[in-house]
Design a protein around this ligand. Structure first.
Ligand code: ADP
Ligand code: MG
Ligand code: MG
Length: 902
């Protein structure tokens, strides 16, 4: 950095100079301290060193020019304001040095309190506190402990052991029983620990303490656990952290002092009321550390009515100001209340909806803002069944909620055993240290997956999410012993066959079977809970926000459904049609026989008779679906998978033939099938004879399906319902393919439909990159496009989903090659670009061309926003994701920038 611009660069802000919108520069903590200061709340004075300074330090390994002087200037003005000098032997000013990044990263960065204490100022501090030696030495030992641990990497346990020793020597468990002499002794012990680990004396110079602490905060940005946390939470790595230097106020001065945390509403349920904890005669970190038992915040009213009333007043003001749930840290020093932190508080999914609804009622926010404050991931969480937890069940461990849901089952330790027990009808939970591709079958067989290692991007987590299976990863309290088929946790041993329950949302692990209760939100969507009559704040809030989302969104939401039953369910969830009805299941079960006949047909007659037998069966399927979707469009995809998928596997046929021959039975049919399977074998079935290619190769196949669709539509219409079929041709890469299919289909449709009034559209999937790139031509022959983003992702990237998710995606995620699996959320730059090109060029060739998406991305929140931006008409997703898509489509319509909330 050039010298002259560093002189102008402002690296340090007084609290009075900042505000809550400067989070990028001042971090969340600093920006909010500034905001409270400007609101006139009692915040101890201090200043914030910017994230810019941190970034400059991390880039060059030294403090940027000008920083030291600016810190000096702000420290001097702080000293003037406080009327004390940092570390002054007679009357020391003490400060805390607190990290604070843009996004709160709990436990990632550390704070050092009581900076400025040394062998001399500890005496002055005591004198100023009216000869309170105990307080002064308690503060000093805390400084050495925190400074040692966070600034100099002295193992924290060493200090804790020394503290325990001191308590033991005193015959007490309570740190309050330690008197000034005990604490003075503890300071000596701490200093020895410090020397042992750092090779130097504990620094006595106050300004050196301050500078080292600031530097340590900068460096903590790149500490390993901070890096891992950011990767998991997808927080950009280059934000840096700010550093706040705050004049100390003391909650450990005696019974009239204390410290606490508070929430303006219940962060678990969203209910209004007073939630928080208070601890008398303590410094801030004691509350979280659980050194002593806190009391509920309400009890402060008895202890110190004045501070209590004041706190409630500030809480109300903060909530009114931030128009949201706030969480707060405060300290009371001899009856004087100080506010030390506030932020918009984290909350559960249920609380997010409830609070947004309440704030609308209170007139603090409008419905658009309420919609902005909730999201599809939260709604999805609320739609999973939950554990019914009463006090009987205490978690024995907590890992990372890697894939949501609630699952109970017998513990197994190997993939093979999981498969075995599942085949016997047992629910199993596969427990591993970590999983690898060999565990795939076991993961498929299991109800849930529990690992003791790995985060949100571990193999277990990635694969489980891909399969929609409950998973808790990284439960590191578990000691898993696979060869011995057991794990130990919290002093208990769990053997193969014992039952455990895992919550993939909270990451909690329970022993035994925790009963599961259905989601009220799903009951509401299914129509069995009427929001107006329900005394359930959550259901009412969901109803209200969903209604607004529906009124706001431009995208329609359809569903993927293959049966009348699925269609009806999705309709209750709000689906406005079917975006993808797959016809392949109509070739399964007892219909396989007919498919075999079709495949083995040697003459036109044989083939036609097989097709003729399939026709009425398919027609009946379509009738069901059209009825369920009366009045709404139904996109039917003509048969897509390669036909050999309907035949038994090669090995099985070979065995059948051998066994039958042995017995002297007639093997003609088996042999013919075996020959067909051999003949039809493909090296890359994904890229082989499937989709439109099949329709062009096997005469009469598509024609039969088209006829079944048209006949079903006419039949339903005669019964007084409205059928709106849309025939979708899969895997088209060239307009000529579509033209050929369409010409034949139109003839059949004209013949069947006659003057019944039924209208049948013909369109295509866009799922082959070539189709996207020639969309202008294809649009000439297509009445609609539906993006098949699963195949478009496979073919765009050139990898097969079934193989890659287990094989290497975890590694790609770990390396940051993807932030998220491109099957989970659309790859905007690559695959998304294909969608954009096809949408633009398709519409240019045929204005008003109807555009939709039917891949699984249709139910993914971020992808929904993308499809909104690209201008599609609808998304289609599995029935269960329909509400999520409705909500996100609404959010997409009110935001142009995408949400920044974390
Ligand atoms: P975290 O981000 O982990 O909460 P903080 O920087 O908020 O870390 O500080 C840790 C604890 O120390 C909190 O309880 C906080 O209220 C308390 N604390 C921080 N600064 C001061 C101060 N100047 N005076 C008194 N207590 C403080
Ligand atoms: Mg804090
Ligand atoms: Mg496809």
């Amino acid at each position: 950095m050039a010298a002259q611009d560093s002189v102008e660069h402002k690296y340090v802000y007084d609290f009075a100079e900042g505000n809550k919108d400067l989070k990028d520069l001042l971090g969340g903590k600093g920006a909010n301290l500034a905001e409270m200061t400007n609101l006139g709340l009692p915040v101890p004075p201090g200043f914030t060193i910017t994230t810019e300074a941190c970034k400059a330090y991390l880039a060059t390994g030294r403090e940027p020019d000008g920083l030291a002087a600016q810190i000096e200037a702000h420290l001097e003005s702080l000293e003037r304001e406080m009327g004390r000098k940092l570390g002054d032997p007679q009357d020391p000013l003490l400060v805390s040095v607190r990290s604070g990044a843009k996004f709160s990263m709990p436990g990632m960065m550390e704070t050092v309190l009581n900076v400025g204490l040394n062998d001399r100022s500890v005496v002055g501090l005591s004198a100023q506190a009216g000869g309170n030696d105990r307080f002064a030495w308690d503060s000093y030992r805390r400084l050495i402990q925190m400074f040692g641990k966070t600034v100099c990497e002295v193992p924290g346990e060493e200090f804790e052991h020394a503290l325990d020793d001191a308590k033991r020597a005193k015959g007490t468990e309570n740190d309050l029983d330690l008197d000034a002499d005990d604490l003075r002794g503890l300071v000596d012990a701490y200093k020895k620990i410090f020397v042992k680990h750092t090779g130097r004396e504990f620094p006595q110079e106050p300004r050196e303490q301050l500078d080292l602490a600031i530097r340590a905060v900068f460096e903590s940005w790149n500490a390993e656990r901070a890096v891992v946390y950011r990767r998991q939470e997808r927080i950009p790595a280059d934000l840096g952290t700010a550093v706040n230097v705050v004049a100390m106020v003391f909650g450990n001065l005696g019974a009239d002092s204390g410290t606490g945390v508070a929430f303006t509403r219940d962060p678990a349920s969203g209910a209004q009321g007073i939630y928080g904890d208070y601890l008398a005669n303590a410094q801030g970190e004691d509350v979280v550390a659980g050194i002593r038992n806190t009391v509920p915040l309400q009890e402060l009213e008895q202890l110190d009515k004045k501070s209590y009333d004041e706190l409630l007043d500030y809480m109300a003001r903060l909530e009114e100001h931030y128009k949201d749930l706030c969480d707060i840290e405060f300290t009371i020093e001899r009856g004087k209340l100080w506010m030390l932190q506030t932020r918009v508080g984290k909350r559960t999914a249920a609380a997010a909806f409830v609070i947004a609804g309440q704030l609308v009622d209170e007139g603090l926010i409008d419905l658009d803002e309420a919609l902005h404050r909730v999201n599809g991931a939260q709604l999805a969480q609320l739609m999973f069944p939950r554990f019914q937890l009463d006090h009987e069940f205490q978690p024995v461990a907590k890992g990372i909620g890697a894939s949501p849901g609630a699952a109970s089952g017998k513990v197994v330790f190997t993939s093979a055993r999981a498969v075995e027990l599942a085949a016997e009808g047992e629910s199993v939970i596969l427990v591993r240290r970590e999983t690898n591709p060999d565990d795939l079958n076991g993961m498929i067989a299991a109800k849930g997956i529990l690992t003791s290692r790995g985060g949100k991007t571990s193999h277990a987590a990635v694969v489980a999410r891909g399969m929609g299976k409950t998973c808790v990863s990284g439960a590191d309290e578990l000691d898993v012993n696979v060869p011995a088929k057991r794990f130990t946790v919290a002093g208990q041993t769990v053997n193969e066959g014992d039952v455990v329950s895992i919550d993939g949302t909270t990451g909690k692990v329970y022993l035994g079977e925790v009963p599961v209760m259905p989601s009220e939100v799903v009951q509401y969507f299914e129509g069995s809970l009427e929001p107006e009559h329900v005394d359930n704040a959550l259901v009412r809030a969901v109803h209200r926000i969903m209604t607004h989302a529906d009124a706001t969104r431009r995208l329609a939401v359809r569903t993927n459904a293959d049966t009348g039953e699925d269609a009806a369910r999705a309709r209750r969830f709000g689906a406005e049609g079917i975006g993808l009805c797959r016809t392949e299941h109509m070739f399964l079960g007892d219909r396989r026989e007919l498919v075999e006949r079709l495949i083995l047909a040697r003459t036109d007659d044989e083939r036609e008779s097989a097709l003729a037998a399939l026709l009425p069966l398919q027609r009946a399927d379509f009738v069901d679906i059209f009825r369920a979707m009366d009045g709404l469009p139904v996109t039917v995809r003509l048969i897509d998978p390669p036909l050999h998928e309907f035949l038994p596997p090669l090995e099985q046929l070979a065995v059948n033939v051998a066994v039958a021959q042995e017995r002297g039975e007639d093997v003609a049919k088996e042999e013919a099938l075996l020959a067909a399977v051999r003949r039809m074998h493909e090296e890359n079935p994904m890229l082989g004879l499937r989709g439109v290619r099949l329709g062009l190769v096997i005469p009469g196949l598509f024609a039969m399906q088209v006829r079944a669709i048209a006949e079903a539509a006419v039949a339903v219409t005669r019964d007084g319902a409205v059928a709106k079929p849309e025939i979708m041709v899969p895997l088209v890469g060239a307009v000529q393919e579509l033209e050929t299919v369409r010409a034949e289909a139109e003839k059949i449709i004209a013949e069947v439909v006659g003057d019944s009034g039924v209208e049948v559209l013909i369109g295509t999937m866009i799922e082959v990159p070539r189709a996207a790139l020639t969309a202008g031509q294809i649009a000439e022959a297509a009445q609609f496009f539906s993006f098949g983003t699963n195949d478009l992702t496979q073919m765009g990237w050139g990898f097969s989903r079934d193989d890659v998710e287990g094989a290497f995606f975890w590694r790609y995620l770990e390396l940051g090659i993807f932030g998220i699996s491109p099957f989970e959320s659309i790859d905007r730059e690559g695959v998304g670009r294909l969608v954009r090109i096809a949408a633009e060029e398709g519409r240019a060739a045929r204005p008003g061309l109807k555009l939709g998406v039917c891949g699984e991305h249709g139910g993914d929140p971020d992808s929904v926003h993308f499809f909104h931006e690209v201008g599609l008409d609808y998304v289609s997703c599995s029935p269960f994701r329909v509400p999520v898509a409705r909500l996100e489509a609404g959010r997409a319509a009110i935001t142009t920038t995408g949400s920044d909330s974390r």
